[in-house]
Design a protein around this ligand. Structure first.
Ligand SMILES: [Zn+2]
Length: 248
């Protein structure tokens, strides 16, 4: 498999020499490396308010200020707030897959910029960014951690430092794709750990986890629990949400 990835990479380098940069979703030539073509860009669905203040899930209609989604009330995650830049529809999925599996690391600056904008309220209060780590074996075959690449751009734009290595993936997990919500939670259980050498660095800090995709939130939930247990600061809800579980 590694050999196949290498061949693909080599093929891409050959293509890079002779062809203009390509749109990662429709493969049409684009003027600059690192972006979508105008048509695919217009198909992306950027998430704006109204959304659940807790989970960042967009609402179809505006329920009024401070109203949380049913999911946030029924099954509140360990993290206080989540924000996502775009809906994970077909265009976004194709783009993320090109980014992760086809060596399109040149997409990180654009994606990181959207994320920095979507998460600006969280970043304004953050002490450090924590990219969701890859298991070393996956990092080896993919060559880069996509979450760390995004965190790097977000850090540059927000001036919040990245705490590389503050969270480690100690167990390789199956891909979360195709698993039910319960299976996703079980899959990532015990997969992460805060190294002893990072505990002092995290104590009392307000952290923002960075990942490329947020679906069930199972990975981020597990990571949050571990970081909180290691002494990271739990942010209290500003109190705008009626019956918000994070307020107490
Ligand atoms: Zn396109």
């Amino acid at each position: 498999m590694r050999l196949r990835a290498k061949t693909r990479r080599a093929a891409r380098h050959v293509l890079d020499l002779g062809l203009p940069p390509m749109c990662p979703t429709c493969r049409e030539p684009v003027a600059d490396q690192g972006g979508l073509c105008a048509r695919c860009w217009s198909k992306l669905s950027f998430i704006t308010r109204p959304y659940c203040e807790r989970l960042g899930i967009p609402f179809a209609y505006d329920p009024g200020p401070g109203v949380l989604s049913m999911e946030a009330i029924a099954d509140p995650p360990a993290y206080t707030r989540a924000r996502a830049a775009v809906r994970y529809d077909e265009t976004a999925r194709t783009m993320v897959q090109a980014f992760k599996y086809s060596d399109r690391i040149d997409l990180a600056p654009a994606m990181g910029r959207w994320m920095a904008l979507a998460g600006r309220e969280l970043l304004a209060e953050a002490d450090a960014l924590i990219p969701v780590p890859l298991h070393w074996r996956r990092l080896w075959s993919r060559r880069f951690n996509q979450a760390a690449a995004l965190a790097k751009t977000i850090s540059r734009l927000s001036n919040v430092p990245v705490a590389y290595g503050a969270l480690a993936r100690v167990r390789a997990t199956r891909q979360q794709v195709g698993l039910t919500q319960a299976e996703r939670a079980t899959n990532v259980q015990g997969a992460f750990r805060v190294p002893d050498t990072s505990r002092a660095e995290l104590r009392g800090k307000r952290l923002v986890l960075v990942d490329d995709v947020l679906t069930s939130g199972a990975t981020l939930d597990v990571c949050s629990r571990i970081l909180l247990r290691a002494g990271a600061r739990k942010r209290r809800c500003p109190g705008v949400c009626e019956g918000c579980p994070a307020a107490s």
